[in-house]
Design a protein around this ligand. Structure first.
Ligand SMILES: [Fe+2]
Ligand SMILES: [Fe+2]
Length: 308
């Protein structure tokens, strides 16, 4: 038995937490009231809300389809040489892939029953997904992991896993998805206020609350593994983590993405501030002293803006 059950690591603790929290069912939500609310949205509001939802629907499918190679790569690592138990992490990911499938399931149901379509293409066009850092990248990441597994080279495996975790858990989950939740919160709050209500799209907010709870575990596990990989190969921070972070900062945090915003009072700057803090949280978890360029993200962003 490869797992020492008296020595449970972070990933195993998160797996146990997921057994308790991750048992919700997308089919459990009644969407009839949401459908009525949705008809109260103007066409421009619907298109803007759908742009973010389309990014999520596609993104949840992308993460479901590309996670399996992570488990295979962990299994190809020499467990005795690593500062963490790769088998406990594989168990964690087995749970995560099920949860991602359930998130895809939720969006597919919501698109069908509330939005009345399964086609995300018209809403993705010009949407946030298309700007600089898309979940489409996850397919390349998965291919690179498979190549590293075939090479059998341990350092290549560690580096490829580091890049994969940074892309998937560090950027797509911790940055892109979480900024999407902040956007949903604002759009829904503003619409409710306009309609003189406490809440609109109540089942959406409730079920997305469950998705967010799952994602909090995925993100924490990802940060923990990135830290373990940095302990195993300290150069991974400069060679892999910082270049990917730079790409994200330049294409997302520093880029002004022009998007029509029909929800009056929407505060994009507030979301930018919060997502900058999320990135700092990831860096702090890995250990900011390990970073050269990006130990203080706010500083980097301010310096770049001042130079513009
Ligand atoms: Fe998800
Ligand atoms: Fe996730």
């Amino acid at each position: 038995m490869p797992i020492e059950y008296s020595n449970r690591e972070k990933s195993y603790e998160l797996y146990r937490k997921g057994k308790q929290e991750g048992t919700w069912d997308p089919d459990h939500y009644d969407l009839e009231d949401d459908k009525e609310d949705w008809e109260q949205f103007s066409e421009a509001e619907q298109n803007r809300f759908l742009a973010t939802c389309a990014g999520f629907y596609d993104g949840e499918e992308d993460v479901t389809r590309t996670l399996a190679p992570y488990m295979m790569a962990l299994d190809a690592l020499d467990n005795d040489e690593m500062p963490f138990d790769t088998v406990q992490e594989e168990m964690y990911l087995a749970q995560q892939v099920y949860e991602e499938a359930k998130h895809t399931d939720l969006f597919s149901r919501y698109f069908e029953e509330v939005f009345g379509t399964q086609n995300t293409d018209p809403y993705r066009e010009g949407g946030y997904q298309e700007h600089g850092y898309s979940t489409d990248n996850l397919y390349d990441t998965a291919d690179e992991l498979l190549a590293a597994i075939n090479s059998g080279d341990q350092q290549e495996l560690v580096y490829s896993l580091g890049e994969a975790y940074l892309n998937y858990m560090g950027i797509v989950e911790a940055q892109l998805a979480r900024s999407g939740y902040l956007s949903f919160d604002q759009m829904i709050d503003l619409k409710a206020k306009e309609m003189g209500r406490d809440i609109v799209l109540e089942s959406f907010q409730e079920s997305i609350g469950k998705v967010r709870q799952d994602e909090t575990r995925h993100i924490e596990n990802g940060r923990w593994v990135m830290k373990q990989l940095a302990i195993a190969e300290p150069d991974i921070v400069q060679d892999v983590y910082e270049p990917r972070i730079e790409e994200y900062v330049e294409n997302r945090l520093l880029a002004d993405v022009p998007m029509e915003m029909p929800f009056e009072g929407y505060d994009q700057a507030k979301i930018g501030k919060q997502t900058t803090q999320y990135l700092q949280d990831t860096i702090d978890y890995i250990g900011r002293e390990r970073f050269e360029e990006y130990s203080d993200v706010r500083q980097v962003v301010q310096t770049a803006r001042a130079a513009d």
